[in-house]
Design a protein around this ligand. Structure first.
Ligand code: ZN
Length: 110
């Protein structure tokens, strides 16, 4: 089976052509969607056939779909729960907050 030729933009060489099988597409899998691919986060990487430098790019849903249809190598990415859980509301934790907590805990066990 012959691989499709895809045109990409290398940061050093500009437009270059590369076989689809030389491209790696990493697609986020969503637990909420039953561990199906999401269309929100994907990136692809390849070594430029001209300068051999490896580079990666984010792939929007359209680009990811095109790359999948071209039969690039696809890898699944399962983000950790901390990465996808909702962010708590309120201001970020500061050093003063930790020091206050330390003194409160110290008082509880004194
Ligand atoms: Zn290059």
């Amino acid at each position: 089976m012959t691989s499709e030729i895809i045109e990409v933009r290398c940061p050093n060489c500009g437009r270059v052509e590369i076989e689809a099988q030389e491209i790696r597409l990493c697609v986020e899998m969503s637990k909420r969607a039953g561990w199906q691919p999401t269309s929100t986060r994907a990136f692809y990487g390849l070594a430029c056939p001209e300068c051999d430098e490896y580079f990666t790019r984010e792939a929007d849903a359209f680009t990811a779909e095109l790359l999948m249809r071209a039969h690039v190598w696809i890898f699944s990415w399962y983000p950790s729960a901390e990465f996808v859980e909702p962010r708590p509301e309120g201001p970020p934790l500061r050093l003063d907050d930790l020091i206050d907590l330390h003194f409160e805990l110290e008082g509880m066990f004194a």
